[in-house]
Design a protein around this ligand. Structure first.
Ligand code: ZN
Length: 489
């Protein structure tokens, strides 16, 4: 009999420092698909669900798509939305009929009102809906806060090996392989977790850079024989939850003691080199003063207000600074009332409006935006870079405003994905023609803009996704927590 393996994907990353709660609308606006539509709409994209289904098909196994729900990172998920997502998963899993295994693709840093560990909640719900003994393999983003609870609920758990993340599809394939191995091998496959209470900036987590490069090399070297997978989870730091910390998982076939020793050794290595993760952000005036026109764009990395890190992307600080600079520059701001003003003027019309600080006014003032509306629209961007390739991202309604100072601003109702140049190109703006391009992204832009920029300058700014943890107040995270409470030596 042909094996049937279910694949489901419910992905959002929570930033508990965002003041904007996440709701079902954040998922439905990005395309929420169930059953065959989840498979059909995902096919050919660099996503976990597409990778898992493709791998199962190669193995002659029937892949049964259950649900694909994705939202841009954001604030804490509303309780009703978690209930709805859980029902989508469970109801469609039950409706799919008997399956031999489930590959469940989750971010791993989803927090809901009243439920710190929403990913574990979903794994437990799926487990409870399946007959006893049906294996559940979980995949996570590298920025997951992996907990003892989610590891206990899953038969095996693995994560991305890359950052910038370009192995979403490959991670789905590896998850499918593990599910098949669980079904076919008769081995006692399991995952162990080791953690340390430490936070490191996302800006210094790139796998190509030290110390992650060295840690990933150690993980790869150890992946042999009964050690099936080693995943590093340096955890995204804008997550005020219990059990927060740097995690390492080791998935093994019948070697729990060796796996536990390896996980502990690797997380111990991460702890030992924690000071190497420090970053040195540059004040905005200094960053702009250092830019000479010509020679390709300099990227101003506004990671402190990055939507892919769950911030609201409506800080106008950099927009205001660029207005005064006269540099040919491109920037984005989320501001629904400003978009409405642009639509009221229409393409070709003049607009004068305030922009920014409508969603999270704690970190910036609004700026005065005056210029010609060059384009308006409401179509989603389809990502073209190496990350989530082919996935559409809805920006809501959007408008571009040429300020006449050299700066053109893309104003959107929902965040524009500036980690990929498609975010600008989709609205008719060419990053290569600018002296300055603002990217609201910690590290993902390095994949999207590869070969397209002179240099990138990390900006020193407060915000819900700032690399400066001293701007943030943690109430639920375990203490002491590096670097908030010292522990530099
Ligand atoms: Zn991530």
């Amino acid at each position: 009999m042909t094996l049937r393996v279910a694949v489901a994907s419910i992905i959002q990353e929570t930033n508990t420092f965002s003041p904007q709660p996440s709701a079902m609308d954040d998922f439905t606006s990005q395309g929420l698909w169930v059953g065959a539509a989840a498979a059909g709409r995902s096919e050919g994209t660099n996503t976990e669900i597409a990778g898992a289904l493709a791998r199962l098909a190669e193995e002659g196994v029937e892949g049964v798509a259950i649900v694909r729900a994705w939202a841009m990172s954001g604030g804490v998920l509303e309780e009703a939305a978690l209930r709805h997502l859980r029902a989508l998963l469970v109801d469609n899993l039950v409706a799919a009929g008997p399956v031999d295994a489930l590959v469940l693709c989750l971010h791993g840093a989803l927090t809901a009102a009243g439920e710190f560990d929403a990913d574990a909640h979903l794994v437990e719900a799926a487990r409870a809906a399946l007959p006893p003994g049906v294996p559940v393999v979980v995949t996570h983003d590298l920025h997951a806060n992996v907990t003892a609870r989610v590891v206990a609920a899953a038969d095996a758990l693995i994560g991305f090996h890359t950052y910038p993340h370009v192995d979403q599809g490959d991670t789905g394939r590896r998850g499918a392989d593990l599910a098949l191995r669980l079904l076919r091998g008769g081995e006692r496959i399991g995952t162990v977790l080791a953690k340390r209470p430490m936070l490191v900036p996302a800006e210094s987590m790139a796998i190509a850079d030290q110390p992650m490069r060295r840690l990933r090399a150690l993980a790869d070297a150890a992946t042999a024989g009964p050690i099936l997978d080693v995943s590093l989870f340096p955890v995204q730091p804008w997550l005020d939850v219990p059990e927060l910390g740097f995690g390492v998982t080791v998935t093994h076939a019948g070697a729990p003691a060796a796996a536990a020793a390896l996980a502990d050794r690797l997380v111990g290595e991460a702890w030992a080199v924690r000071a190497e993760f420090a970053v040195d952000p540059v004040p905005v005036p200094d960053a702009i003063a250092g830019i000479e026109p010509g020679g390709g764009p300099v990227l101003l990395v506004q990671s402190a207000d990055s939507p892919t890190s769950g911030a609201t992307a409506d800080s106008a600080t950099v927009v205001a600074a660029l207005l005064a600079s006269r540099l040919r520059s491109l920037a984005t701001v989320v501001d629904a009332p400003a978009v409405a003003a642009c639509f009221a003027s229409g393409a070709g019309g003049r607009v004068v409006t305030s922009v920014g600080a409508t969603l999270d006014p704690r970190w910036s003032a609004s700026a005065r935006l005056s210029g010609v509306v060059t384009r308006t629209g409401d179509s989603p961007v389809v990502l073209t870079g190496d990350s989530m390739t082919g996935q559409p991202i809805a920006m809501g309604r959007w408008a571009t405003v040429d300020t006449g100072t050299g700066l053109t601003v893309l104003v959107t109702e929902r965040p524009a994905p500036t980690f990929d140049p498609a975010g600008y190109r989709h609205v008719g703006l060419e990053p290569a023609d600018a002296d300055v391009v603002v990217v609201r992204s910690a590290t993902m832009y390095r994949a999207g803009f590869r070969g397209l920029y002179r240099r990138a300058v990390l900006l020193d700014l407060p915000g819900a996704s700032t690399p400066r943890f001293d701007y943030l107040t943690f109430a639920h995270a375990p203490r002491p927590l590096y670097p908030l409470d010292g522990g530099d030596t």
